[in-house]
Design a protein around this ligand. Structure first.
Ligand SMILES: *Cc1c(COP(=O)(O)O)cnc(C)c1O
Length: 363
């Protein structure tokens, strides 16, 4: 079976985990602190705060900014459901926005959904491609609302010469084992230039304590641990090589699929660097997509759908009133299929994937 995704594991990463076990420093210790410093330097922000997962990064960023009751936050309908959970757990009301042809939040649709209650937006750099930050920043400035970036799929993606996660008031990252930078469990990070967000996220992630037994806020236990930090540091050192390999595979797929007109490939936005967390192709309709997925599965190629249900149509959202009509997101849910994409994917396996897609359309 050619997997959809697989984390890179090196002997150094395994040894680093064992070294932490021997050190006896398990939670928010020296490895976590070093990982935070190195991650901030890589993204280009003054601060980085390690937390338990990407969902916690979103929740705590928004809580650090502060959400008034009734505050509305624009979110893309097409994203991983945790984006929405983070926004809701922070006390905000999500307002769903349709996506543009790159799969990211559509600035024109976002503009239509702004009300007097809108306080911010959480664009997602979906699939590893930067959202349209030029237009979204202009919109945010016009309405005096903030931007928090969901970078959970986009470690190292760039918008112009800036790395995503350094552009909004905060950037939120996940290190779940399918992401572009993984640990061997759960993990997340908040990046920010603002000392006050840094202070509040640090406080909230660890029971609101200012010292061991003084609690100045009612916080949470959303901490990160040193066994994972030790892995994350070694992954970060390899991240640019991971990005290069993902881009190499994407360009191999792009040129092969240019000969199969019924397969539309993901597009890199001009002036950005896409890091291809996923390689989702678009098919003509749902029947073709589902049949292609079945064919590939039978031929030993694992694929995925990101995502089969747009978030405004999720059952968990049913008690929030009639969902809006978001045709682009609804169409993406029916017609997109993610092909194997990870740094360890060989050219040979990538070519097998292409050959099987070609065979499906010849039949
Ligand atoms: C994975 C992901 C999350 C959540 O990250 P966890 O670490 O699983 O909590 C949030 N948003 C997006 C876009 C993701 O892909």
């Amino acid at each position: 079976m050619i997997p959809l995704s697989r984390a890179t594991v090196t002997p150094e990463m395994k040894q680093a985990m064992l070294d932490v076990v021997d050190s006896g420093r398990f939670i928010l210790g020296p490895e976590t602190q070093a990982f935070e410093k190195e991650f901030a330097a890589y993204i280009g922000t003054r601060h980085a705060i390690a937390v338990s997962q990407g969902t916690a990064a979103i929740q705590l960023s928004l809580q650090a900014i502060g959400i008034e009751p009734g505050g509305e936050v624009l979110v893309p309908a097409m994203t991983a459901f945790p984006t929405i959970e983070g926004v809701i757990h922070a006390g905000a009301t999500p307002v769903f926005v349709d996506n543009d042809r790159f799969g990211a939040m559509d600035p024109a649709d976002a503009a239509r959904r702004i009300t007097r209650r809108t306080v911010g937006m959480v664009p997602v750099h979906l699939y590893g491609g930067a959202a349209d930050l030029g237009a979204l920043r202009a919109l945010a400035a016009r309405h005096n609302i903030w931007i928090v970036e969901d970078c959970c799929q986009a470690h190292g993606a760039r918008w112009g010469d800036r790395t995503v996660g350094s552009i909004g008031r905060a950037g939120c990252f996940s290190f779940y084992p399918s992401k572009n930078l993984t640990v061997f469990g759960d993990g997340g990070m908040v990046t920010t230039d603002e000392p006050e967000i840094d202070r509040k996220v640090r406080l909230l992630r660890d029971h609101g304590r200012s010292d061991k037994y003084t609690h100045v806020a009612v916080g949470y236990n959303l901490r990160f641990n040193d066994v994972q930090a030790a892995v994350g540091r070694r992954q970060l050192a390899l991240l640019e090589s991971f990005v290069a390999r993902r881009r190499e595979i994407a360009s191999r797929y792009d040129s092969a699929f240019s000969k199969i007109p019924r397969v539309a490939v993901p597009i890199e936005r001009a002036g950005t660097r896409m890091v291809y967390h996923l390689y989702p192709v678009r098919l003509a309709d749902q029947a073709t997509r589902d049949a292609l997925q079945g064919h590939l599965k039978a031929r030993g190629v694992e694929t995925g759908i990101h995502y089969p249900i747009a978030n405004h149509l999720q059952p968990a959202m049913a008690d929030r009133g009639a969902p809006p009509s978001l045709p682009e997101s609804e169409s993406l849910a029916k017609t997109s299929l993610s092909l194997p994409m990870f740094p360890g994917l060989s050219d040979r396996d990538a070519d097998t994937v292409v050959a099987e897609v070609a065979r499906f359309f010849q039949a």
